[in-house]
Ligand binder design. Sequence first.
Ligand SMILES: [Zn+2]
Length: 414
Amino acid sequence: MRLLIKNLKSLVGIQRPDVRQLWGLEMQQLSQIDNAWLLIEGEMIADFGEMQNCPPDSLADQIIDATGKFCFPSWCDSHSHIVFAASREEEFKMKIEGKTYAEIAAAGGGILNSAAKMATATEEDLFSAASERVKDVIKQGTGALEIKSGYGLSYETELKMLRVIKRLKETFPIPIKATLLAAHAIPKAYANNRSEYIDMIIDKLIPEVSREHLADYVDVFCEEGFFTLQETKQILDASAKYGLKPKIHVNQLSVSGGVELGVQENAISVDHLEETNEAAIQALSKQNTIATLLPSCSFYLNIPFANAREMINQQVSIAIASDYNPGSTPSGNMNLVVSLACIKLKMTPEEAINAATLNGAAAMEISDNYGSITKGKVANLFLTRNMSSVAFLPYSFGQNQQELIILKGNVYHG
Ligand SMILES: [Zn+2]
């Protein structure tokens, strides 16, 4: 099957095959060809170029006339908690009324609220609710996704969540990476014996997750009131023995030293980073470990935004992701994430789009096959409505410009 897209106003996000990740100022370069065509053969991008060299229509089985439209590589959302049992809008109202995090937690809110609902949810219900959310984000342009466990907080329920993620992987035509986040919070039952919970993760859960191939990565919420640096290191070291690489939550609420630990432990990414100092940014300078920034979480929680400009100056590799979850970011819309990266992180549209595509793919170790318009990569991309320029996409915040979604070379109808 050959699909020819012709008369594109612009083909955006073209990259050489050997470029798998971008650092600092490199992110300002977003290559595009105006007045372009793109040929897809089977699942792959076969070729592209300027319209003056467009192959004849007879070469294709299907032709799309994309006059006035832009073509982008799909968003690669490398941080989400899209499997959850119930929404938490009652906490949303409490926050508006001025209740503190502690008061909300005392009223049964927070991560432990999601965990309580997760414990009683069936695998089938979780799968069908998460499937609806995955369909929604695909329609909003997401073409690769990472999903974490972390609302189970017990041996059985963490495994249940990971099995749901495995089913999602098998169901949708996008790559999905699974991350074990059992160390998301200390469950109530272990409040006075936290080491027992950590021992359970290390001695029972990680070996079983490995045996059933249920996760690609391990994550820890390294933060005051959650898991200490020492505990984080203990869990990462235990996971490394089973080949689970780290992608960790660090420096959301305070500077903890977690960024430096992540770099030392060869983390694929250190995520959040709303709070950083010079040492944390220096630790990431020119490293493979990616700083994954989550601006829609800062926006929703009214907490500080990450210092992206200083990170870019220091040659840090940045990805942006949704953090889609029921508590702090009940949205997986990557178009809004890209807009907020421009408005609040002061990233240029080019930097934000690179962070949401190629570097997002790198934060899931799939940038050899996804994240840019490159011959031989999988054809996961979207066509926009008629637009005036690349910058129109983040400029038109709160709106989605996707008109047609193509996954594995096929038009996606959901
Ligand atoms: Zn998160």
